[in-house]
Ligand binder design. Sequence first.
Ligand SMILES: [Mg+2]
Length: 177
Amino acid sequence: MTSKSDILSTSLSNIMNSINILNDKIMKEVEKDSTNSDVMKSLLSERHIAFMTLLEKSEETVALLDDAMLPDEYQEKALTTIDYGRFSDEMRISYAGLGLANEAGEVAGKVKKYFRDEWKFSRLQNEVEGELGDVMWYIAVLAAEIDLSLEEIMKKNIEKLADRKERGVIRGSGDNR
Ligand SMILES: [Mg+2]
């Protein structure tokens, strides 16, 4: 799957490359004893168009970033919605850990009902979306309670799995393989 950010990043680097090539051509033209003004005009106009495209793509990139929910931003927002009451620090960790297991169970319950009660697929999507959101909330809160960043957790998990895939041990058992 290619994300929109991958496409934008490729197109930004392609435009930068063409600007570099155009700059080199312009410099070569300038270094010549007799500059061909038609060639120069067309090079400058090409470079102008490339700059305008770069600007347009940069604006798209900024809009994409504005719209994105970064993991640590989500975690920060999730933390503003906690109501621990009079829980001690230890109790907060238990609350988050047990809540996570509870919500994971709720996901399983919805999947069970999909088969047992012959739900429509769209109902499964709606119900599981809500429960996965609850799972995510508890993950963010538990991680914060023990000083872990969501983004770091995600990065390390992907690194671990990519490494296992590369070493051909993605199937198998054991936490440290
Ligand atoms: Mg729930």
